[in-house]
Design a protein around this ligand. Sequence first.
Ligand code: ATP
Ligand code: MG
Ligand code: MG
Ligand code: MG
Length: 481
Amino acid sequence: LSVSGDSIRRRFLEFYASRGHKILPSSPLVPDDPTVLLTIAGMLQFKPIFLGKVPRQVARATTSQKCIRTNDVENVGKTSRHQTFFEMLGNFSFGDYFKREAINWAWELSTKEFMLPPENLWISVFEDDDETFSIWHDELGVPAERIKRMGAEDNFWTSGVTGPCGPCSEIYYDFHPQRGYSDMDLNDDSRFIEFYNLVFMQYNKKDDGSLEPLKQMNIDTGLGLERVARILQKVDNNYETDLIYPIMEKVSELAMIPYAEAEEHIKTNFKIIGDHIRAVVYLLSDGVFPSNIGRGYVVRRLIRRTVRIGRLLGIKGDCKGNIEGAFLPAIAEKVIELSTQIDSDVKSRAPRILEELKREELRFVQTLERGEKLLDQLLAEALLSSKEDGNSPCLSGKNAFLLYDTFGFPVEITVEVAEERGVSIDLNGFDIEMENQRRQSQAAHNTVKLAVGDTSELTESVSDTEFLGYNTLSARAIIKG
Ligand code: ATP
Ligand code: MG
Ligand code: MG
Ligand code: MG
């Protein structure tokens, strides 16, 4: 039984193809939809069909969709299950089959095709969805103890602020069934992993928040490829599957730190690079280039975070002896080599992708180096005045903000470097400066949270904006109008 990522994808698509689903290609990461910044799920390309705006071409479809979720950026490397970039397998019904078939096939796929032991599977259903509970329990025999009723946060799926939505039911894999039934938190990463979400698309959420029933009942599902690979390949996290591990191996080679021997925080850094560089390659391939606004800003933020972490890992220059060179292209080449049918253009677009990466990396390194000089000076001053007044050395919020605002110097780098020299940072003061600046130019500024669905403001203000800086701690983009 082959369990490579590629074979899991193929088996999923074939399973649904043999049940009357047409295999359709992944849509690009840039959706044809002004309410969503990036493609966050397989259903986006079908939204107009769900809403009844365009007629369906087929009644059933199945896809492998590349997705980006910037709202998970802080989870990357911290939980074992989240990336910013992942592949979502899905089966869809456009007013054709509904709950019963969707649930039965999901169960059959999980327990027969992927041979997951039924006793390791837990189910979530929307709190008052008795019909779904009963299909799992009475028809498929899942014990009631392993079916959790959960609230809207987990079990009512919406693609954005508005749009098609509905109650959902999810399948979780239990890595430690011996812990028994009293351990209830399905979001506990050390025990469970959610891998399949079945959404019963039956409403359209309107601007005023009200739910309008759709003309037809639809099915939208999402199964995380890396998550299933992680379960079937019996590794500790999504990053150690064959879909991502070779990228981390490349990073570990450049950093000259063997992955297996690395300390946990170093492994986290490998994981962040392994994820981000993948996201960036596919974004660049879809024509999203670094800029200071909107989608381009997402790419820029991911690239900069990767560069900084690479430097923390001790990667210098291009690792081929050129200290002025860039290392991202070497890692990106591995991503391109691993690329599959979710983007068949990645390989032909490789030269442009590598060129953009190199340019952006070198530009950011300059920023970092310039900032580092000023930081050195400011830290020396802080140490000196502490000697004079006897207080413990502290860098003012004003100075941390100066570095951030003028040099685009990420505040967490300031914190790290300062800590190394025994200097603390007035982060409260920093936040106050940030807030002041924001308030001062309220009319011209928009603060945009780069999160799922939260993008309407962003796309509207895209035309005339200017970069101010970024703050990876709060994953905020400051957009100046
Ligand atoms: P979680 O609760 O673990 O954050 P979710 O409920 O947000 O997941 P859904 O919106 O239901 O996820 O997406 C459908 C499926 O896509 C999930 O069941 C999971 O398998 C996969 N998935 C979602 N987010 C990620 C991610 N950040 N990285 C990898 N796979 C993901
Ligand atoms: Mg999530
Ligand atoms: Mg969930
Ligand atoms: Mg879910």
